[in-house]
Design a protein around this ligand. Structure first.
Ligand SMILES: Cc1ncc(COP(=O)(O)O)c(C=O)c1O
Length: 300
């Protein structure tokens, strides 16, 4: 997180209008890049001065711990568990989607260090999900999560996972296919603006690639560009996102090398036929979170 912008934001809006600050490890929308311990510590110091709680979206906490251990001075001889513990020591709360570094099929949780918050969360949970000990999950899934959280911190598992991502990234770079570099911890991000320079941002080049990959090889990716981050004002005018990306995220413990080789073939074919990929326009959208449900049609 940009510490100067954080200070400026608090100055502009005032801490009373900011109930909490959330930091996502790793940075999912910025290419899966790691968040350094120094940055988390810096964010916490600023927030503490203003009495603003820090909440971590920690769904990739173990991948982030691995990056910190590999890249940040002072962590090379620490275990991933020790790194993760330090990371969480700066947080007042955390949200977790266990389909990522919980290595589970389903589930998630919200945790906090404040008993009053916990009481309030508990009451909301009973209303919406179920009793706090199960929260909508079967006991079997809760057990899988408790094992998965520790297995995600296994150093060798992380070495293997990162090697898989780097394998794909290096093959794409060799072919001149534009991706965000260095590659992140959970995905390779195609640079859709460079991939399809003939398509204007507001004709959604990321959607063009996502559709082409699916039609060519049944590969499912997600657009992280103007559909997700474009800003539409009350008059319907739209400002594009500064980045047009397509995320190709790797599910945990699913792919073998031959799956990745297949993926490379599919991306390569789409790359070679990229000039035929059309732009799109939105024909139906919701006011909030439109990227989850909107409908498109092709434009030339
Ligand atoms: C950073 C981050 N947080 C939260 C979520 C949401 O997870 P879920 O699908 O379990 O709601 C995702 C999903 O991709 C994510 O990448």
């Amino acid at each position: 997180m940009d510490l100067h912008k954080l200070e400026a934001c608090i100055k502009e809006h005032g801490s009373s209008k900011i109930p909490f600050c959330m930091i996502t490890v790793t940075n999912n929308t910025g290419g899966g890049q790691p968040v350094s311990m120094a940055n988390i510590r810096g964010v916490k110091q600023i927030l503490e001065k203003h009495g603003i709680p820090l909440v971590i979206d920690c769904c990739r906490f173990a991948e982030n711990a691995y990056f910190v251990r590999e890249r940040e001075t002072g962590y090379a001889d620490k275990s991933l568990l020790e790194v993760a513990r330090e990371m969480f020591s700066y947080a007042d709360g955390a949200t977790m989607s266990c389909k990522k570094d919980g290595l589970a099929n389903i589930g998630g949780f919200l945790i906090c260090n404040d008993d009053q918050w916990a009481e309030q969360f508990k009451n909301l949970l009973i209303m919406r999900e179920g009793f706090p000990t199960y929260g909508g999950l079967a006991g079997r899934d809760l057990e899988a999560i408790s094992v998965g959280l520790m297995e995600a911190l296994d150093y060798d598992y992380q070495v293997y996972r990162h090697a898989t991502i780097e394998y794909l990234a290096s093959r794409l770079i060799k072919r001149g296919i534009p991706i965000v570099q260095p590659s992140g911890g959970h995905a390779v991000f195609l640079d859709a603006a460079k991939f399809l320079p003939h398509i204007d941002s507001l004709k959604y080049p990321g959607i063009g690639i996502v559709n082409a990959l699916y039609l060519e090889g049944g590969v499912r990716g997600v657009e992280l560009g103007s559909v997700m981050f474009g800003k539409v004002d009350d008059n319907g005018n739209e400002a594009p996102s500064p980045l047009e990306l397509v995320r190709l995220a790797f599910p945990r413990r699913v792919y073998t090398q031959s799956h990745v080789d297949y993926l490379i073939e599919v991306i390569d074919k789409v790359w070679n036929e990229r000039k035929q990929i059309p732009g799109y326009r939105i024909i139906q959208q919701q006011k909030y979170l439109r990227h989850f449900t909107c409908h498109f049609e092709r434009v030339s």
